[in-house]
Design a protein around this ligand. Structure first.
Ligand code: KG4
Ligand code: ZN
Length: 343
């Protein structure tokens, strides 16, 4: 018989949270005291996956198993905290790679059950939004958040701390996924976003006119697959030697087209709905050109911009702890049948 989750009204007394994030290829743990991050440990598996040119889900799950305990210990140590001082355990329960998520969820359940503490399941995307609530200089709702990562690209209308509404999202690839695929095509390695950014520094963003998909119906949805195909054709027409010679120009043109579309849709959303505050989140929000272009747009429109630090844009557990502060804690033993979900 399914056990009914007992939801606790602990909101006010949960101040110190130990948060865990293992939804993709980073093994992460953090300790928060209210909106203040006491520690934020990220053990990236990027170098391990680089040899395969992308994330191998089974390899990620096995690596999470190896790393999770040392990462948790480091997070507690860096925070100068022990488990006894923690009020609740938070964990990413969805969406993500199912095997990877299960490592975090089962670790969190075991820790919470062994210590009798409540558990707070968190949606990873709520985490990216909630990075904006963290100190220093937290942003309070209402605001519009552009979340662009390896798995998602969306515009989130944030009216309160607990949830958000999707105003537009990608119809095909995520922005980070497009950057990762472009980097692989250009022989720039994994993860692609930072590699493209580095290569683009010495390139001309106008060298290759690549398409910026803009719907005529005024929608706020994104599309990156046409852009990716355009790059495939450009590389095919150039041939291997010329592609290698023009790599910086290709990277700069591709980065410019991705950022161009993200900023164009952000502009459309600001202009149609009159948003007065904007936040950027997700791994692609660590991109210097996107940060610069968004800052220009917000300055032009007189909109407040919250630029989350790059370490809090890419996957981390501090953002999961931040979302957990505004989510329902579940008392023992209600969370014992909590499951991870890929979507
Ligand atoms: O949020 P995140 O760490 O993980 C997911 O939830 O997917 O985002 C990872 C994505 C990858 O596609 C990576 O290439 C991209 O973020 N990324 C960047 C930069 N740093 C990470 N893209 C562009 N410029 C960057 N500096
Ligand atoms: Zn993410």
């Amino acid at each position: 018989m399914a056990r009914r989750a007992r939801v606790l009204d602990l909101g006010r007394c949960v101040t110190r949270i130990l948060a865990i994030e293992t939804s993709c290829d980073d093994t992460c743990a953090a300790v928060l005291d209210g909106p203040t991050v006491l520690s934020n440990v990220v053990s990236s598996q990027a170098r391990l996956h680089a040899r395969y040119g992308g994330i191998v889900p089974e390899v990620a799950s096995r690596k999470h198993l190896e790393l999770i305990n040392p990462v948790l210990e480091s997070a507690l140590e860096d925070a100068g905290s022990d488990l006894g001082e923690i009020d609740a355990i938070a964990v990413t329960a969805k969406p993500g790679l199912i095997g990877a998520l299960l490592v975090g969820v089962n670790t969190a359940k075991s820790l919470a059950a062994a210590t009798g503490k409540p558990l707070i399941p968190v949606d990873h995307l709520h985490g990216h939004v909630a990075a904006a609530f963290l100190e220093p200089d937290p942003l309070e709702p209402p605001f519009l958040a552009l979340i662009a990562s390896g798995g998602h690209t969306l515009l989130a209308e944030v009216h309160d701390h607990r949830t958000f509404a999707v105003a537009g999202q990608t119809l095909d690839d995520a922005a980070g996924e497009a950057l990762d695929k472009a980097a692989r095509l250009l022989g720039l390695g994994f993860p692609g976003g930072p590699a493209i950014q580095r290569e683009a520094e010495s390139g001309d963003p106008e060298a290759f006119p690549l398409p910026i998909a803009m719907s005529h119906d005024g929608s706020l949805d994104f599309s990156f697959s046409g852009l990716k195909t355009a790059l495939v054709y450009a590389v095919r027409d150039l041939g291997a030697e010329a592609t290698a010679e023009r790599r910086a120009d290709l990277a700069a043109s591709f980065q410019s087209a991705v950022v161009g579309q993200l900023v164009a849709k952000l502009r459309r959303a600001i202009e149609t709905a009159g948003w007065e505050a904007v936040a950027l989140g997700g791994g692609v929000a660590a991109n210097a050109l996107l940060r610069e272009r968004t800052a220009e747009l917000c300055a032009e429109r007189g909109v407040r911009l919250k630029l989350v630090s790059p370490e809090l844009c890419t996957d981390n557990a501090a953002m999961i702890g931040s979302a957990a502060r505004h989510s329902e804690p579940i008392a023992y033993p209600g969370y014992l049948d909590l499951d991870a979900a890929a979507r």
